[in-house]
Design a protein around this ligand. Sequence first.
Ligand code: AMP
Length: 503
Amino acid sequence: MSLYVLIHERLSAAPSAIVLGVPGGASLSAAVFLERTAQYASTLSALGVRKGDRVAVQADKSPETLMLYLACLRAGFVFLPMNPAYHDDEVDYMLGDAEPAVFVHRPETEAGSRILAERRGVRHVFSLGADGEGSFSLAAARSAPEFGIETCEEDDLAAMLYTSGTTGKPKGAMLTHGNLASNALALVEAWQFTAADVLLHALPIFHTHGLFVASHCALLSGARMIWLPRFERAAVMEHLSEATVFMGVPTYYTRLLTGEDFAREACGNLRLFVSGSAPLLAETHREFEQRTGQVILERYGMTETGMNTGNPYEGPRVPGSVGKPFDGVAVRVVGEDGAELSAGEVGEMQVKGPNVMGGYWRQGDKTSSAFTSDGYFKTGDVGRQDERGYFYIVGRAKDMIISGGFNVYPKEIEALIDGLPGVSESAVVGVPHGDFGEVGVAVVKATGSLSEAEILSFLTDRLAKYKVPKRVLFSEELPRNAMGKVQKNLLRERHRELFRSLP
Ligand code: AMP
Protein backbone atom coordinates (compact mmCIF):
# COMPACT_ATOMS: atom_id res chain seq x y z
CA MET A 1 0.00 0.00 0.00
CA SER A 2 1.53 3.31 -1.07
CA LEU A 3 1.05 6.00 1.51
CA TYR A 4 0.97 8.53 -1.29
CA VAL A 5 -1.92 6.81 -3.06
CA LEU A 6 -4.01 7.12 0.11
CA ILE A 7 -3.18 10.80 0.44
CA HIS A 8 -3.71 11.41 -3.28
CA GLU A 9 -7.15 9.83 -3.19
CA ARG A 10 -8.12 12.02 -0.27
CA LEU A 11 -6.86 15.20 -1.89
CA SER A 12 -8.46 14.36 -5.24
CA ALA A 13 -11.85 13.79 -3.59
CA ALA A 14 -12.12 17.46 -2.58
CA PRO A 15 -9.76 19.52 -4.75
CA SER A 16 -11.02 22.89 -3.55
CA ALA A 17 -10.75 22.03 0.15
CA ILE A 18 -8.08 23.97 2.03
CA VAL A 19 -5.34 21.62 3.22
CA LEU A 20 -3.24 24.16 4.98
CA GLY A 21 -3.41 27.83 5.88
CA VAL A 22 -0.53 29.95 7.13
CA PRO A 23 -1.80 32.72 9.45
CA GLY A 24 -1.27 35.98 7.61
CA GLY A 25 -0.10 34.03 4.55
CA ALA A 26 -1.28 31.63 1.89
CA SER A 27 -4.09 29.10 2.03
CA LEU A 28 -3.29 26.08 -0.10
CA SER A 29 -6.01 23.88 -1.54
CA ALA A 30 -5.85 20.17 -2.26
CA ALA A 31 -5.59 21.01 -5.98
CA VAL A 32 -2.46 23.08 -5.27
CA PHE A 33 -0.98 20.19 -3.28
CA LEU A 34 -1.64 17.76 -6.13
CA GLU A 35 -0.14 20.10 -8.70
CA ARG A 36 2.89 21.09 -6.65
CA THR A 37 3.79 17.53 -5.63
CA ALA A 38 3.70 16.59 -9.33
CA GLN A 39 5.88 19.56 -10.18
CA TYR A 40 8.43 18.86 -7.45
CA ALA A 41 8.54 15.16 -8.36
CA SER A 42 9.07 15.97 -12.02
CA THR A 43 11.81 18.51 -11.16
CA LEU A 44 13.84 15.86 -9.35
CA SER A 45 13.00 13.08 -11.73
CA ALA A 46 14.26 15.16 -14.68
CA LEU A 47 17.61 15.29 -12.90
CA GLY A 48 17.79 11.52 -12.88
CA VAL A 49 16.63 10.99 -9.29
CA ARG A 50 15.00 7.55 -9.16
CA LYS A 51 12.84 5.44 -6.88
CA GLY A 52 14.78 4.49 -3.75
CA ASP A 53 17.16 7.48 -3.99
CA ARG A 54 17.44 9.53 -0.83
CA VAL A 55 16.43 13.19 -0.77
CA ALA A 56 18.01 14.87 2.26
CA VAL A 57 16.23 18.00 3.42
CA GLN A 58 17.51 20.35 6.10
CA ALA A 59 15.02 23.14 5.61
CA ASP A 60 12.89 25.27 7.86
CA LYS A 61 9.28 24.30 8.31
CA SER A 62 7.19 25.63 5.44
CA PRO A 63 4.29 24.40 3.28
CA GLU A 64 6.87 23.82 0.54
CA THR A 65 8.88 21.48 2.77
CA LEU A 66 5.74 19.47 3.45
CA MET A 67 4.91 19.36 -0.27
CA LEU A 68 8.47 18.27 -1.02
CA TYR A 69 7.97 15.38 1.40
CA LEU A 70 4.77 14.41 -0.40
CA ALA A 71 6.50 14.73 -3.77
CA CYS A 72 9.09 12.22 -2.59
CA LEU A 73 6.35 9.81 -1.52
CA ARG A 74 4.69 10.30 -4.90
CA ALA A 75 7.86 9.53 -6.85
CA GLY A 76 9.13 6.74 -4.60
CA PHE A 77 12.11 8.80 -3.37
CA VAL A 78 13.16 8.36 0.24
CA PHE A 79 12.61 11.54 2.25
CA LEU A 80 15.35 12.21 4.77
CA PRO A 81 14.51 15.18 6.99
CA MET A 82 17.18 16.77 9.17
CA ASN A 83 16.80 19.11 12.09
CA PRO A 84 17.72 22.64 10.90
CA ALA A 85 19.57 23.04 14.20
CA TYR A 86 22.16 20.42 13.21
CA HIS A 87 25.69 21.70 12.75
CA ASP A 88 28.03 20.80 9.90
CA ASP A 89 29.56 17.78 11.64
CA GLU A 90 26.14 16.25 12.24
CA VAL A 91 24.96 16.88 8.67
CA ASP A 92 28.26 15.71 7.22
CA TYR A 93 27.92 12.35 8.92
CA MET A 94 24.37 11.83 7.67
CA LEU A 95 25.17 12.83 4.08
CA GLY A 96 28.12 10.44 4.10
CA ASP A 97 26.05 7.61 5.52
CA ALA A 98 22.83 8.03 3.53
CA GLU A 99 24.47 8.97 0.22
CA PRO A 100 21.51 11.05 -0.93
CA ALA A 101 21.09 12.07 -4.57
CA VAL A 102 19.76 15.46 -3.48
CA PHE A 103 20.47 17.80 -0.59
CA VAL A 104 18.08 20.67 0.08
CA HIS A 105 19.42 23.18 2.59
CA ARG A 106 18.46 26.50 4.13
CA PRO A 107 19.58 29.55 2.08
CA GLU A 108 21.33 30.79 5.22
CA THR A 109 23.78 27.88 5.09
CA GLU A 110 24.45 28.00 1.34
CA ALA A 111 28.25 28.11 1.40
CA GLY A 112 28.79 25.48 4.09
CA SER A 113 26.10 23.17 2.72
CA ARG A 114 27.65 23.20 -0.75
CA ILE A 115 31.05 22.26 0.66
CA LEU A 116 29.53 19.38 2.64
CA ALA A 117 27.54 18.14 -0.35
CA GLU A 118 30.54 18.25 -2.61
CA ARG A 119 32.73 16.41 -0.13
CA ARG A 120 30.07 13.71 0.18
CA GLY A 121 29.44 13.47 -3.57
CA VAL A 122 25.81 14.64 -3.46
CA ARG A 123 24.90 15.35 -7.08
CA HIS A 124 22.15 17.93 -6.71
CA VAL A 125 22.06 20.74 -4.19
CA PHE A 126 19.24 23.24 -3.73
CA SER A 127 18.17 25.86 -1.24
CA LEU A 128 14.69 26.22 0.24
CA GLY A 129 13.87 29.03 2.62
CA ALA A 130 11.28 29.43 5.35
CA ASP A 131 9.35 31.64 2.90
CA GLY A 132 9.36 28.87 0.27
CA GLU A 133 11.86 30.75 -1.88
CA GLY A 134 15.20 29.40 -3.06
CA SER A 135 16.86 27.58 -5.92
CA PHE A 136 14.57 24.58 -5.48
CA SER A 137 11.44 26.62 -6.04
CA LEU A 138 13.06 28.36 -9.01
CA ALA A 139 13.91 25.01 -10.60
CA ALA A 140 10.39 23.73 -9.88
CA ALA A 141 8.83 26.79 -11.51
CA ARG A 142 10.50 25.74 -14.75
CA SER A 143 9.10 22.17 -14.58
CA ALA A 144 5.75 21.03 -15.88
CA PRO A 145 3.32 20.15 -13.07
CA GLU A 146 2.88 16.69 -14.51
CA PHE A 147 3.92 13.47 -12.92
CA GLY A 148 2.20 10.13 -12.42
CA ILE A 149 2.43 8.12 -9.23
CA GLU A 150 5.31 5.72 -8.85
CA THR A 151 4.14 2.27 -7.84
CA CYS A 152 5.25 1.64 -4.29
CA GLU A 153 4.66 -1.56 -2.38
CA GLU A 154 4.26 -1.90 1.33
CA ASP A 155 7.94 -2.72 1.80
CA ASP A 156 9.30 0.13 -0.29
CA LEU A 157 11.13 2.79 1.65
CA ALA A 158 9.27 6.06 2.17
CA ALA A 159 11.46 7.91 4.64
CA MET A 160 14.60 7.63 6.64
CA LEU A 161 15.00 9.41 9.96
CA TYR A 162 18.23 9.44 11.90
CA THR A 163 18.09 8.58 15.55
CA SER A 164 21.19 8.91 17.64
CA GLY A 165 22.30 5.95 19.58
CA THR A 166 23.54 5.06 22.99
CA THR A 167 26.47 3.37 21.34
CA GLY A 168 27.87 5.87 18.91
CA LYS A 169 26.83 7.39 15.63
CA PRO A 170 23.27 8.14 14.52
CA LYS A 171 21.49 5.36 12.66
CA GLY A 172 19.00 5.80 9.83
CA ALA A 173 15.65 4.23 10.75
CA MET A 174 14.18 2.92 7.48
CA LEU A 175 10.44 3.49 7.35
CA THR A 176 8.39 1.92 4.61
CA HIS A 177 5.16 3.00 2.94
CA GLY A 178 3.49 0.16 4.84
CA ASN A 179 4.88 1.35 8.21
CA LEU A 180 3.68 4.92 7.73
CA ALA A 181 0.35 4.10 6.10
CA SER A 182 -0.70 1.50 8.66
CA ASN A 183 0.14 3.79 11.55
CA ALA A 184 -1.55 6.82 10.00
CA LEU A 185 -4.76 4.88 9.34
CA ALA A 186 -4.77 3.53 12.90
CA LEU A 187 -4.43 7.06 14.31
CA VAL A 188 -7.12 8.60 12.09
CA GLU A 189 -9.47 5.88 13.31
CA ALA A 190 -8.43 6.00 16.98
CA TRP A 191 -8.65 9.78 17.21
CA GLN A 192 -11.75 10.05 15.01
CA PHE A 193 -10.32 12.54 12.55
CA THR A 194 -12.75 13.85 9.92
CA ALA A 195 -12.78 16.51 7.22
CA ALA A 196 -14.49 18.78 9.73
CA ASP A 197 -11.34 18.93 11.85
CA VAL A 198 -8.88 21.78 12.04
CA LEU A 199 -5.44 20.87 13.33
CA LEU A 200 -3.23 23.55 14.83
CA HIS A 201 0.16 22.37 13.62
CA ALA A 202 2.98 23.87 15.69
CA LEU A 203 5.38 20.90 15.75
CA PRO A 204 8.59 20.70 13.71
CA ILE A 205 8.43 18.52 10.61
CA PHE A 206 11.83 16.85 10.74
CA HIS A 207 10.53 14.46 13.40
CA THR A 208 7.99 11.63 13.57
CA HIS A 209 5.55 13.63 15.66
CA GLY A 210 5.04 16.64 13.39
CA LEU A 211 5.80 15.09 10.01
CA PHE A 212 3.97 11.80 10.35
CA VAL A 213 1.56 11.80 13.29
CA ALA A 214 0.19 15.31 12.88
CA SER A 215 0.39 15.81 9.10
CA HIS A 216 -0.79 12.32 8.16
CA CYS A 217 -3.87 12.53 10.39
CA ALA A 218 -4.90 15.74 8.63
CA LEU A 219 -3.96 14.64 5.11
CA LEU A 220 -5.72 11.30 5.37
CA SER A 221 -8.92 12.70 6.79
CA GLY A 222 -9.28 15.87 4.72
CA ALA A 223 -8.85 18.02 7.83
CA ARG A 224 -7.41 21.53 7.50
CA MET A 225 -4.15 22.55 9.12
CA ILE A 226 -3.33 25.92 10.63
CA TRP A 227 0.38 25.94 9.90
CA LEU A 228 2.65 27.66 12.41
CA PRO A 229 6.38 27.75 11.69
CA ARG A 230 7.15 26.74 15.27
CA PHE A 231 5.65 26.63 18.74
CA GLU A 232 5.34 30.13 20.09
CA ARG A 233 3.01 30.51 22.99
CA ALA A 234 1.44 33.77 21.77
CA ALA A 235 0.74 32.44 18.27
CA VAL A 236 -0.72 29.22 19.62
CA MET A 237 -2.95 31.16 22.01
CA GLU A 238 -4.12 33.35 19.14
CA HIS A 239 -5.16 30.46 16.90
CA LEU A 240 -6.14 27.79 19.37
CA SER A 241 -9.82 28.62 19.37
CA GLU A 242 -9.99 28.16 15.58
CA ALA A 243 -8.79 24.55 15.90
CA THR A 244 -10.42 21.29 16.90
CA VAL A 245 -7.17 19.35 17.53
CA PHE A 246 -3.78 20.29 18.94
CA MET A 247 -0.72 18.08 19.25
CA GLY A 248 2.36 18.84 21.28
CA VAL A 249 5.25 17.71 23.41
CA PRO A 250 4.85 18.15 27.19
CA THR A 251 6.90 21.36 27.12
CA TYR A 252 4.20 22.98 24.94
CA TYR A 253 1.59 22.15 27.55
CA THR A 254 3.63 23.40 30.48
CA ARG A 255 4.28 26.63 28.56
CA LEU A 256 0.60 27.08 27.77
CA LEU A 257 -0.14 26.63 31.46
CA THR A 258 2.29 29.37 32.47
CA GLY A 259 -0.28 32.09 31.73
CA GLU A 260 -3.68 32.66 33.32
CA ASP A 261 -5.08 33.31 29.85
CA PHE A 262 -4.91 29.60 29.16
CA ALA A 263 -8.29 28.46 30.41
CA ARG A 264 -11.57 26.97 29.27
CA GLU A 265 -12.51 29.87 26.98
CA ALA A 266 -9.15 29.76 25.14
CA CYS A 267 -9.88 26.21 24.02
CA GLY A 268 -12.97 27.15 22.03
CA ASN A 269 -13.89 24.20 19.83
CA LEU A 270 -10.98 21.97 20.74
CA ARG A 271 -12.05 18.34 20.94
CA LEU A 272 -8.59 16.74 21.34
CA PHE A 273 -5.21 17.57 22.82
CA VAL A 274 -2.51 14.96 22.17
CA SER A 275 0.80 14.78 24.00
CA GLY A 276 3.83 12.63 23.30
CA SER A 277 7.55 12.31 22.56
CA ALA A 278 8.41 12.71 26.24
CA PRO A 279 6.74 11.87 29.56
CA LEU A 280 3.84 14.09 30.50
CA LEU A 281 3.84 14.57 34.25
CA ALA A 282 0.65 13.42 35.92
CA GLU A 283 0.52 16.81 37.64
CA THR A 284 0.56 18.65 34.28
CA HIS A 285 -2.21 16.33 33.09
CA ARG A 286 -4.31 17.18 36.14
CA GLU A 287 -3.60 20.91 36.10
CA PHE A 288 -4.56 20.97 32.43
CA GLU A 289 -7.87 19.35 33.19
CA GLN A 290 -8.61 21.69 36.08
CA ARG A 291 -7.80 24.74 33.99
CA THR A 292 -9.52 23.80 30.73
CA GLY A 293 -11.95 21.02 31.50
CA GLN A 294 -10.16 18.99 28.79
CA VAL A 295 -8.23 15.79 29.31
CA ILE A 296 -4.96 15.43 27.41
CA LEU A 297 -4.63 12.20 25.44
CA GLU A 298 -1.09 10.91 25.97
CA ARG A 299 0.40 8.54 23.43
CA TYR A 300 3.73 6.75 23.16
CA GLY A 301 5.85 6.12 20.11
CA MET A 302 9.27 6.46 18.63
CA THR A 303 11.05 7.09 15.36
CA GLU A 304 11.65 3.39 14.72
CA THR A 305 8.08 2.31 15.41
CA GLY A 306 5.72 5.20 14.87
CA MET A 307 2.96 5.26 17.47
CA ASN A 308 2.56 2.23 19.69
CA THR A 309 0.07 3.03 22.41
CA GLY A 310 -2.36 5.77 23.30
CA ASN A 311 -5.00 6.55 25.87
CA PRO A 312 -8.50 5.96 24.54
CA TYR A 313 -10.46 8.60 22.69
CA GLU A 314 -13.54 7.36 24.45
CA GLY A 315 -12.92 5.96 27.89
CA PRO A 316 -10.64 6.97 30.73
CA ARG A 317 -7.40 8.77 29.87
CA VAL A 318 -5.19 7.94 32.80
CA PRO A 319 -2.65 10.53 34.02
CA GLY A 320 0.86 9.05 33.91
CA SER A 321 -0.19 6.27 31.52
CA VAL A 322 0.55 6.00 27.81
CA GLY A 323 -2.60 3.95 27.25
CA LYS A 324 -3.17 0.80 25.25
CA PRO A 325 -1.73 -0.50 21.97
CA PHE A 326 -3.12 0.94 18.74
CA ASP A 327 -4.91 -1.38 16.34
CA GLY A 328 -2.58 -4.04 14.96
CA VAL A 329 0.28 -3.24 17.38
CA ALA A 330 1.46 -5.75 19.98
CA VAL A 331 3.25 -4.43 23.07
CA ARG A 332 4.74 -6.56 25.83
CA VAL A 333 6.87 -6.06 28.92
CA VAL A 334 9.73 -8.53 29.38
CA GLY A 335 12.18 -9.31 32.14
CA GLU A 336 15.95 -9.61 31.86
CA ASP A 337 15.63 -13.21 30.69
CA GLY A 338 13.37 -12.11 27.85
CA ALA A 339 10.28 -13.77 29.32
CA GLU A 340 7.02 -11.83 29.25
CA LEU A 341 6.05 -10.36 32.63
CA SER A 342 2.62 -10.20 34.19
CA ALA A 343 0.63 -7.08 34.93
CA GLY A 344 2.31 -4.85 37.50
CA GLU A 345 5.83 -6.13 36.87
CA VAL A 346 8.42 -3.72 35.50
CA GLY A 347 10.59 -4.58 32.49
CA GLU A 348 11.55 -3.54 28.98
CA MET A 349 8.78 -2.59 26.58
CA GLN A 350 8.91 -4.42 23.26
CA VAL A 351 6.80 -3.77 20.20
CA LYS A 352 5.73 -5.66 17.09
CA GLY A 353 3.43 -4.69 14.25
CA PRO A 354 3.14 -3.23 10.77
CA ASN A 355 4.27 0.12 12.18
CA VAL A 356 7.74 -1.13 13.15
CA MET A 357 10.63 -0.19 10.84
CA GLY A 358 12.43 -2.71 8.66
CA GLY A 359 15.80 -1.87 10.20
CA TYR A 360 18.66 0.60 10.37
CA TRP A 361 20.20 1.76 7.10
CA ARG A 362 23.23 -0.36 6.22
CA GLN A 363 23.61 -1.50 9.83
CA GLY A 364 22.71 -5.16 9.78
CA ASP A 365 24.31 -5.82 13.17
CA LYS A 366 22.51 -2.98 14.90
CA THR A 367 19.27 -4.06 13.27
CA SER A 368 19.59 -7.64 14.49
CA SER A 369 20.46 -6.58 17.99
CA ALA A 370 17.47 -4.21 18.06
CA PHE A 371 15.01 -7.10 17.55
CA THR A 372 14.26 -10.25 19.52
CA SER A 373 14.33 -13.63 17.79
CA ASP A 374 10.52 -13.55 17.60
CA GLY A 375 10.49 -10.20 15.84
CA TYR A 376 9.79 -7.71 18.64
CA PHE A 377 11.58 -4.36 18.60
CA LYS A 378 13.41 -3.60 21.83
CA THR A 379 12.41 -0.04 22.68
CA GLY A 380 14.88 0.55 25.51
CA ASP A 381 11.97 2.01 27.48
CA VAL A 382 11.14 0.53 30.84
CA GLY A 383 7.50 0.10 31.73
CA ARG A 384 4.68 -1.93 33.12
CA GLN A 385 1.11 -2.78 32.30
CA ASP A 386 -1.82 -2.63 34.71
CA GLU A 387 -4.71 -5.05 35.09
CA ARG A 388 -6.81 -3.04 32.65
CA GLY A 389 -4.15 -3.24 29.92
CA TYR A 390 -2.88 0.36 30.25
CA PHE A 391 0.86 0.80 29.88
CA TYR A 392 3.06 3.07 32.01
CA ILE A 393 6.59 4.11 31.15
CA VAL A 394 8.62 4.25 34.32
CA GLY A 395 12.11 4.89 32.99
CA ARG A 396 14.63 4.18 30.28
CA ALA A 397 17.14 1.39 29.98
CA LYS A 398 18.83 3.40 27.23
CA ASP A 399 21.06 6.27 28.20
CA MET A 400 18.98 9.08 26.76
CA ILE A 401 17.77 12.50 27.84
CA ILE A 402 14.60 14.06 26.41
CA SER A 403 14.85 17.84 26.44
CA GLY A 404 11.82 19.77 25.22
CA GLY A 405 10.73 16.66 23.30
CA PHE A 406 14.10 16.18 21.56
CA ASN A 407 16.29 13.20 22.26
CA VAL A 408 19.81 13.82 23.45
CA TYR A 409 22.26 10.94 23.60
CA PRO A 410 24.93 11.55 26.28
CA LYS A 411 27.43 9.39 24.43
CA GLU A 412 27.65 11.87 21.54
CA ILE A 413 28.41 14.77 23.88
CA GLU A 414 30.76 12.80 26.13
CA ALA A 415 32.82 11.78 23.09
CA LEU A 416 33.29 15.43 22.13
CA ILE A 417 34.21 16.52 25.66
CA ASP A 418 36.56 13.58 26.13
CA GLY A 419 38.42 14.61 22.98
CA LEU A 420 39.36 17.99 24.50
CA PRO A 421 42.92 18.37 25.72
CA GLY A 422 42.92 18.56 29.49
CA VAL A 423 39.88 16.30 29.91
CA SER A 424 40.36 12.88 31.38
CA GLU A 425 36.74 11.75 31.13
CA SER A 426 33.18 13.00 31.31
CA ALA A 427 29.62 11.92 31.93
CA VAL A 428 26.47 13.68 30.82
CA VAL A 429 23.35 13.11 32.89
CA GLY A 430 19.75 14.23 32.51
CA VAL A 431 18.25 16.18 35.37
CA PRO A 432 14.65 17.36 35.84
CA HIS A 433 13.82 20.80 34.44
CA GLY A 434 10.58 22.76 34.80
CA ASP A 435 10.33 23.88 31.17
CA PHE A 436 12.20 21.28 29.12
CA GLY A 437 11.27 18.25 31.24
CA GLU A 438 14.92 17.28 31.39
CA VAL A 439 18.21 18.99 30.57
CA GLY A 440 21.74 17.63 30.29
CA VAL A 441 24.50 18.44 32.73
CA ALA A 442 28.09 17.40 32.08
CA VAL A 443 30.35 16.24 34.87
CA VAL A 444 33.98 16.44 33.81
CA LYS A 445 37.15 15.04 35.31
CA ALA A 446 39.78 17.48 34.12
CA THR A 447 43.54 17.27 34.22
CA GLY A 448 44.08 20.74 32.77
CA SER A 449 42.64 24.15 33.42
CA LEU A 450 39.63 24.17 31.10
CA SER A 451 36.72 26.32 32.22
CA GLU A 452 33.01 25.63 32.03
CA ALA A 453 32.62 28.48 29.51
CA GLU A 454 35.32 27.03 27.25
CA ILE A 455 33.70 23.61 27.17
CA LEU A 456 30.24 25.05 26.55
CA SER A 457 31.51 27.24 23.74
CA PHE A 458 33.30 24.29 22.13
CA LEU A 459 30.08 22.24 22.23
CA THR A 460 27.91 25.11 21.03
CA ASP A 461 30.01 25.33 17.88
CA ARG A 462 29.54 21.66 17.10
CA LEU A 463 26.15 20.54 18.32
CA ALA A 464 22.54 21.50 17.82
CA LYS A 465 21.62 23.82 20.68
CA TYR A 466 19.23 21.43 22.42
CA LYS A 467 22.07 18.93 22.87
CA VAL A 468 24.42 21.37 24.64
CA PRO A 469 24.42 20.74 28.41
CA LYS A 470 23.04 23.49 30.63
CA ARG A 471 25.99 23.30 32.96
CA VAL A 472 29.44 21.76 33.20
CA LEU A 473 30.60 20.68 36.63
CA PHE A 474 34.06 19.46 37.52
CA SER A 475 34.72 16.44 39.66
CA GLU A 476 37.90 14.74 40.80
CA GLU A 477 36.51 11.29 40.15
CA LEU A 478 33.50 9.77 38.37
CA PRO A 479 31.82 7.03 40.42
CA ARG A 480 32.06 3.61 38.74
CA ASN A 481 30.52 0.23 39.41
CA ALA A 482 32.38 -3.07 39.51
CA MET A 483 32.09 -3.36 35.73
CA GLY A 484 33.81 0.01 35.32
CA LYS A 485 30.60 1.71 34.14
CA VAL A 486 29.99 5.27 35.31
CA GLN A 487 27.15 5.29 37.83
CA LYS A 488 25.09 8.16 36.57
CA ASN A 489 22.49 7.75 39.31
CA LEU A 490 25.21 8.44 41.92
CA LEU A 491 26.32 11.52 40.01
CA ARG A 492 22.78 12.83 40.02
CA GLU A 493 22.56 12.10 43.73
CA ARG A 494 25.86 13.84 44.43
CA HIS A 495 24.87 17.05 42.64
CA ARG A 496 21.20 16.97 43.51
CA GLU A 497 21.04 20.34 45.24
CA LEU A 498 22.71 22.13 42.37
CA PHE A 499 20.54 20.41 39.76
CA ARG A 500 17.44 21.47 41.61
CA SER A 501 18.37 25.11 41.26
CA LEU A 502 18.92 25.05 37.49
CA PRO A 503 17.10 27.90 35.76
P1 AMP B 1 11.74 9.67 19.24
O1 AMP B 1 12.38 8.57 18.50
O2 AMP B 1 12.47 10.96 19.12
O3 AMP B 1 10.30 9.82 18.90
O4 AMP B 1 11.84 9.29 20.78
C1 AMP B 1 11.27 8.11 21.23
C2 AMP B 1 11.40 8.00 22.71
O5 AMP B 1 10.72 9.08 23.35
C3 AMP B 1 10.76 6.75 23.26
O6 AMP B 1 11.58 5.62 23.14
C4 AMP B 1 10.52 7.14 24.70
O7 AMP B 1 11.71 7.02 25.47
C5 AMP B 1 10.18 8.62 24.58
N1 AMP B 1 8.72 8.84 24.58
C6 AMP B 1 7.90 9.03 23.54
N2 AMP B 1 6.62 9.22 23.95
C7 AMP B 1 6.65 9.13 25.29
C8 AMP B 1 5.66 9.23 26.32
N3 AMP B 1 4.38 9.49 26.05
N4 AMP B 1 6.07 9.08 27.59
C9 AMP B 1 7.36 8.83 27.90
N5 AMP B 1 8.34 8.73 26.99
C10 AMP B 1 7.99 8.89 25.70
